[in-house]
Design a protein around this ligand. Structure first.
Ligand SMILES: Nc1ncnc2c1ncn2[C@@H]1O[C@H](COP(=O)(O)OP(=O)(O)OP(=O)(O)O)[C@@H](O)[C@H]1O
Length: 275
């Protein structure tokens, strides 16, 4: 479990970006936690604090019962528990060939070559990027680069995966593939913390949410706890997901995702019970 105890963070003195944040991640066995908030609310800053790349100005972050330590060795150990995929894939990719880049962090862990090869093969398959394993990074599309960046973190097999805006710049097919990938990862036991401005995507994929506004957590809970409060979302400059809109405006049930909606509606049109 990850616990933030009264965490504040300031890039510049007396101008806090994160303000007194206390929260627990992984307490209720949630698989995908969503951090939502408008531009500049502090989502990326929060992520960088969670992986120890930034250090709280006040308060502490406790992972599995131990406060994060900031020495080189301690941070390498933390990376085995929490991995981050940045919004901008170029920040994450260092090598010129796909498979070399994915293996990079594993060499740093001094793993035997055989194990490195096995882990890289597995992740290439899992992300459906085997065909580009020998390609130069410079020839990849944005969506492919995103997958390579995720692969480079997945090989570390950290318990928590932080995805900062994973759908930014992806076309509808890329978004759908990202959604499917996250569902597959979760089915294999991966825990994910994700931030995104795409409320429909977040509504469908996350099972617990924190709304961050101006560096503070203003609401948390399950779908119905955070998305039914239209005024709060407006105040935070956030959109209601379309499934919530049709629930509130057309008085349809609150469907968990569009598959659920189409399945239920099709059953009703046929006059039968849903299977
Ligand atoms: N390295 C930095 N130095 C100084 N200020 C920074 C730095 N990085 C971010 N900030 C400021 O901190 C605040 C929060 O930024 P952050 O990137 O964490 O927000 P965000 O919620 O992730 O935004 P977005 O949705 O636009 O990605 C912003 O006001 C930003 O200008």
């Amino acid at each position: 479990m990850i616990e933030l105890r009264n965490v504040s963070f300031a890039y510049e003195k007396n101008q806090p970006t994160l303000k007194h944040i206390s929260l627990k991640l992984g307490e209720d066995n949630e698989n995908i936690v969503g951090i939502i908030g408008p531009n500049g609310s502090g989502k990326s800053t929060l992520f960088l604090n969670l992986v120890g790349m930034l250090k709280p100005s006040d308060g502490e972050i406790v992972v599995d019962g131990s406060p994060i330590k900031y020495g080189k060795h301690a941070l390498n150990e933390l990376r085995k528990k929490i991995g981050i995929v940045f919004q901008n894939s170029d920040q994450q990719i260092f090598y010129s060939i796909v498979q070399d880049d994915i293996a990079f962090a594993l060499h740093n862990l001094n793993l035997p070559q055989e194990e490195i090869d096995q882990r890289v093969d597995r992740v290439l398959k899992e992300l459906d990027i085997e065909a580009i394993r020998n390609k130069p990074i410079q020839y990849l599309s944005g969506g492919q680069k995103k997958r390579v960046a995720i692969a480079g973190i997945l090989v570390l097999r950290s318990e928590w995966l932080l995805l900062d805006e994973p759908t930014a710049g992806l076309d509808p097919d890329g978004k759908r593939r990202m959604l499917d990938l996250m569902k597959r990862l979760v089915a294999n036991g991966q825990k994910i913390i994700v931030s995104s401005h795409d409320m429909d995507f977040m509504y469908e994929i996350c099972d617990h949410f924190f709304i961050l506004n101006d560096g503070q957590i203003v609401k948390s809970g399950r779908k119905k706890d955070v998305f039914l409060d239209e005024q709060l979302l407006q105040d935070c400059k956030l959109e209601q997901p379309w499934l919530v809109k049709i629930h509130q405006k057309l008085h349809l049930p609150l469907y968990a995702d569009q598959t659920d909606l189409f399945h239920q509606q099709a059953s009703e049109l046929k006059g039968g019970e849903p299977k």
